[in-house]
Design a protein around this ligand. Structure first.
Ligand code: GDP
Length: 387
């Protein structure tokens, strides 16, 4: 069956014919052979989306969202990407650009009259628009950390001494016996990783060998692996045994975690009547029981709270999640700050206009108007064939 999609209403904006055939590799390969013999060629990775971009059907940030949708690991990540494909980021950037163009035209009008100062009413308009622009751009820049987490998920490292219940915690999250649980200390010698989606977020839990001094070379290797993982973790759950935590030094643990946020998870709550742990009062802590599941909902809430995630779907699906976008916005932001400074210093309009043009170029990198070819190639090379 052939389906004809006429220009300009197809995905690429060109005339497109889609062929539907019976399944099975042999039939598909035979049809492809006929087409190739007749002069067709295979599409390059991302070629359809690249054509859609080049033909102005979508801008670059929307093209990038196509890959994000395909790779999304959680519903929130997919929604974020769908919004971006729908133009949420483009709309914001075009809004910034319109405001910026208004300022450029006001400033450039003075270039031909170097002896004239920018009039007070014009100054007020420029300052007002400039502040709104800077605030809007800053707001998006600040959303990057949250967007990155929504898109890529969080890597959560479970650390603690042997036998405090690390594997039991992982198993409770996963809902099956993924890690071996025994009462013999030192049984988890490698790291075990599990991807889970909790509250719409993708979380990668990494269970590690308990950190302790040991002479067993295999266990020692496991301990080293646990320590190596600290640098790449977004969050550490430091598990302590609620029945025996006298030798835990909170400051030491925080020190070893070198800047990665830590939640002290006090486990085995079912064995203790008193859940007031003075020692942990000054730090993020939560009491749970891996045995009967007490406290797990609060633990998830705590994880979300530590990352300042709003928990609002509306907000979390309107963020920026791509470093490239963040860097371009930051570039625009810096040019605008410089412009503001030079404006206060009475610098002449042609120099002022340069900063504004630079800011416009930075914004253009997001939508693709000013993106260098090598970056375009890099973006589209991440696509698979047929997209
Ligand atoms: P790990 O060495 O830190 O990974 O600890 P495990 O998960 O292997 O648990 C060590 C022992 O503590 C096992 O016998 C578990 O059944 C027990 N355990 C773990 N969590 C709890 C809990 O919340 N309550 C009780 N009573 N026992 C627990």
């Amino acid at each position: 069956m052939f389906v004809m999609m006429a220009s300009p209403h197809s995905y690429t904006g060109e005339d497109v014919i889609e062929l539907h055939c019976h399944g099975g590799r042999v039939i598909v390969a035979a049809i492809l052979d006929i087409l190739l013999e007749a002069g067709a060629r295979m599409a390059l990775p991302g070629e359809f989306t690249r054509r859609a971009f080049l033909n102005g059907r979508i801008d670059l940030s929307q093209a990038e969202a196509v890959v994000d949708i395909i790779n999304s690991r959680s519903t929130l990540a997919a929604k974020l990407a769908v919004n971006q494909l729908g133009g949420s980021l483009s709309k914001a950037v075009y809004g910034f650009r319109d405001r910026l163009v208004k300022i450029v035209s006001l400033v450039e009008a003075y270039i031909d009259f170097p002896e004239e100062d920018i009039s007070l009413p014009h100054m007020c308009i420029i300052n007002d628009d400039l502040h709104k622009l800077i605030d809007g751009i800053k707001f998006l820049i600040d959303s990057f950390e949250e967007g990155r987490i929504v898109k890529n998920g969080l890597s959560v490292l479970i650390l603690g001494k042997p036998n405090v219940g690390k594997s039991s915690i992982l198993n409770r999250f996963v809902g099956e016996d993924r890690a071996i649980v025994t009462d013999i200390p030192g049984t988890t010698r490698d790291t075990i990783e599990e991807d889970l989606v909790i509250s719409g977020l993708s979380l990668r839990f990494i269970d590690t060998a308990g950190i302790r001094e040991t002479v067993d070379p295999i266990e020692r290797d496991g301990v080293q692996r646990a320590i190596d993982k600290i640098a790449t973790a977004d969050l550490i759950l430091y598990v302590v045994d609620g029945t025996d935590y006298s030798d835990i030094c909170v400051d030491d643990v925080i020190d070893k975690c070198s800047g990665v946020p830590v939640i002290f998870v006090i486990n085995k709550l079912d064995l203790i009547s008193d859940d007031v742990f003075d020692k942990f009062q000054a730090v993020n802590n939560i009491s749970i029981s891996a045995k009967n599941g007490t406290g797990f909902t609060s633990l998830v809430d705590k994880i979300i709270e530590v990352f300042g995630l709003s928990g609002s779907e509306e907000r979390e699906t309107n963020l920026i999640s791509e470093r490239r976008h963040r860097d371009a916005l930051f570039g625009a932001y810096q040019h605008l700050l410089l412009f503001g400074q030079n404006l206060d210093d009475d610098i002449s309009p042609e120099f002022l206009a340069v900063h504004l043009r630079d800011a416009l170029d930075s914004l253009g990198e997001i939508t693709g108007e000013t993106t260098p070819d090598e970056i375009l190639n890099n973006i589209f090379s991440k696509f698979c064939i047929g997209k």
